[in-house]
Design a protein around this ligand. Sequence first.
Ligand code: HEC
Ligand code: HEC
Ligand code: HEC
Ligand code: HEC
Length: 187
Amino acid sequence: MKKTAISTLVLFIISLFSFSTVLASEKDAPTFIGVKKCGMCHKKDATGNQLKIWKDAKHSQAFKTLQSEEADKIAAEKGFKTKAAETPECLACHTTGHDLDAAMLGKNFKIEEGVQCETCHGAGSKYKSKKIMKDQAKSIANGLVEFKDEAAIKELCVTCHNDKSPTAKEFDFAKSWDEIKHPVPTK
Ligand code: HEC
Ligand code: HEC
Ligand code: HEC
Ligand code: HEC
């Protein structure tokens, strides 16, 4: 009896601690700022115009694709009662943020931007300043996702490019990466 009382107390204290860490980490978590903000500094040809490369490729259209008749048909065939653009299972790979608390989304963030900069690079509110961005280590410390090598990049792609996609095509990493990569030109 005594033993149970003590372990209940211990459990209670542990839960208090973990509750407060959850609160603290949510408060400190970086927020998603949207393509417009990233694009402000990443639209010069001299530094690779990542904004244009993204706009001209399919990821920027991923939400729009869900608004098509074809998409609604696929959703219905899968047994969903909602339109594709309102179906969480579709939004999961075609957008960022549909399942996030509104507090995590900055005022310029738009779910309509589909698979966007921060889908791959991480929420940017803390690394977006020029001073931090110029320093890779500082950017990473402030939430920029680090890719150690090509294998790590491929790992990111196949979180969506896999056979859970109702229209899945075979994913050729080298070819696909070549289509969407957006490097800063080396001088
Ligand atoms: C105030 C300007 C500014 C904003 C806003 C900004 N960046 Fe940057 N970013 C830079 C600069 C400057 C560099 C250094 C490389 C260069 O000269 O392009 C950089 C570098 C990067 C790099 C390469 C980091 C590395 O060294 O590996 C990535 C990735 C990146 N930015 C993504 C983003 C994303 C995503 C956003 C929006 C969340 C964003 N940036 C917003 C200025 C900015
Ligand atoms: C968050 C999910 C997600 C991630 C991560 C992702 N993609 Fe995609 N990708 C999509 C979706 C959704 C489409 C379809 C967009 C459309 O057609 O509307 C797509 C389309 C593409 C296309 C256009 C050709 C095609 O197959 O339709 C290429 C190329 C591509 N992705 C490459 C990549 C590469 C390379 C990576 C990794 C660096 C990657 N993607 C990471 C979701 C993702
Ligand atoms: C596991 C991630 C994933 C999920 C879940 C997902 N998609 Fe996609 N979707 C993709 C990717 C990646 C592409 C582009 C390459 C491909 O078709 O394999 C794509 C492409 C599409 C396309 C364009 C097809 C084409 O041939 O260009 C449509 C339409 C589509 N998806 C509708 C849906 C609908 C509707 C749902 C929900 C029922 C859904 N997707 C769920 C990842 C996903
Ligand atoms: C589908 C995922 C994906 C999307 C969407 C995406 N990026 Fe990237 N980006 C990557 C990957 C992967 C790399 C390579 C990182 C590396 O080589 O370390 C990269 C590299 C970069 C670099 C550094 C290039 C260099 O040569 O150092 C910049 C800057 C950048 N992205 C900015 C952006 C901006 C701005 C957007 C939105 C307009 C964007 N990215 C959208 C995945 C993505």
